[in-house]
Design a binder for this molecule. Structure first.
Ligand code: NAP
Ligand code: G4F
Length: 372
């Protein structure tokens, strides 16, 4: 019998990569999908499309805020493994929608754990909780490990703290195999478009083709430990295969600033950014194609890494500036994970380097922008 997995948040970045991984391992995969006016399966189609998996992937309408729906699905599916990835996952948005964020991210996790208990599956079902480096927030030590005290800095972080401890509590109270993966930032071409890395690579692709004037960002000094989602979902799976449940840091052990990410994205096309000014007056200046949004300038050709800019008219201008609109009421300035425990106990290590990650995202976004 193939193992059965139930993934909440299957339509998101990690959900799509995890589905691909589990299908390739022969799992029967069930996913929780929100009912919206649009069929939100673009990532799943792109990563897992094709007929090969047709009888192995089942999508169920539902919502993490709906207890009855979650309980019924868990009872019906009786999964061997649950990956609870569903979340309002945007930190800045959580300041604007704190109550909703807590309903989904905090109580949503409790609904999953309690559904397993109500369905008498505590001895059978392994539960993975998508915990986060945002738990460390205003960090108490560098790098952060499993024993670093938590200090969340947003409604998102606080909601995830509740979910973290509920997972520990169900493990300790009912002997459930319930584990937290404390994942540091992980990105990919399938990252949501308002997270900073994808915002940067999409904007860089447009600027390099004369389709966008400039990129506006918030705190460019923020540092993150950025890995690739494809590598990180392997860790999620390994966590549920381990002999014992537990809590694991998943990180690369290397950090970079937002500014470094921008610099590398443009360097992909051989374009150097000159940084001038400080604070809200900081700008990035570069020699790039003339801004030509309506394609009036017929001589603008599509940028390709192999051919470069050809005879495209170029100009030096500001391509990056700061807009305080993107600042957060409380910022997480620096995150750096120590993945020693997962390396030792799970044999997991990040495979994709920071430059490889930026390059893959740039490749994808340059291919995706409209053909000129
Ligand atoms: P994502 O792309 O934002 O995906 C979130 C998923 O949750 C989507 O499938 C979304 O559905 C679903 N969702 C949101 N609200 C829901 C609700 N009320 N009911 C049911 N489903 C709902 O996030 P991700 O980057 O894949 O991250 C996956 C999980 O890991 C999240 O819990 C996130 O907080 C956590 N995490 C992420 C990172 C990271 O760097 N990516 C790091 C640490 C932890 P729609 O498609 O309908 O919106
Ligand atoms: O890409 P971000 O929005 O990711 P953030 O806040 O680190 O959260 C992500 O990673 C967490 C793991 O640590 C997850 F739990 C969470 O679900 C999410 O996936 O912002 C990264 C940094 C921040 O310091 C932010 O202030 O980039 C800074 N930033 C600067 N300008 C910006 C921008 N962030 C966004 N989204 N947009 C900007 O224009």
């Amino acid at each position: 019998m193939p193992k059965k997995a139930f993934i909440t948040g299957i339509t998101g970045q990690d959900g799509a990569y995890l589905t691909h991984l589990l299908l390739s391992k022969g799992y029967e995969v069930h996913g929780l999908m929100r009912r919206t006016s649009q069929f939100n399966v673009a990532r799943l189609m792109e990563l897992c499309g094709g007929t090969a998996f047709e009888d192995k992937l089942f999508l169920h309408y539902g919502d993490s805020t709906d207890s009855l729906n979650i309980t019924t699905l868990v009872e019906d599916i009786r999964p061997d493994e649950i990956f609870n990835l569903a979340a309002q996952s945007h930190v800045k948005v959580s300041f604007e929608m704190p109550v909703y964020t807590c309903d989904v991210d905090a109580l949503g996790t409790l609904r999953i754990l309690e559904a397993v208990r109500q369905a008498h599956l505590t001895d059978k079902t392994h539960v993975y909780q998508a915990s986060t480096s945002e738990l460390f927030g205003k960090v108490h030590e560098i790098p952060q490990s499993e024993s670093t005290p938590f200090h969340p800095r947003s409604p998102y972080g606080v909601a995830k703290l509740f979910a973290y401890w509920m997972t520990v509590n169900y493990r300790e109270s009912y002997g459930m195999f319930a584990s937290n993966g404390i994942l540091f930032n992980h990105e990919s071409p399938f990252r949501g478009e308002t997270f900073v890395t994808r915002k940067i690579t999409m904007a860089a692709a447009r600027i390099l083709n004369g389709l966008q004037e400039r990129l506006e960002l918030g705190n460019m000094d923020a540092k993150r430990d950025w890995g690739h989602a494809r590598d990180f979902v392997e860790a999620m799976w390994l966590i549920l295969q381990h002999d014992e449940p537990g809590d694991f840091i998943i990180a690369t052990g290397e950090q970079h600033s937002v500014r470094e990410f921008v610099t590398l994205a443009f360097e992909y096309a051989g374009v150097s950014i000159r940084w001038e000014g400080e604070g809200v007056n900081e700008v990035g200046i570069a020699r790039v194609p003339v801004y030509s949004p309506n394609r009036e300038n017929a001589s603008v050709s599509r940028f390709k890494p192999e051919t470069g800019f050809g005879n495209t008219p170029m100009e030096e201008r500001v391509v990056v500036s700061v807009n305080p609109e993107f600042f957060r009421p409380a910022e997480v300035e620096t995150l750096l994970g120590n993945p020693a425990k997962s390396r030792q106990l799970l044999g997991w290590e990040a495979k994709t380097s920071f430059p490889q990650l930026v390059q893959e995202m740039m490749d994808y976004d340059l291919r995706k922008i409209p053909i000129l």
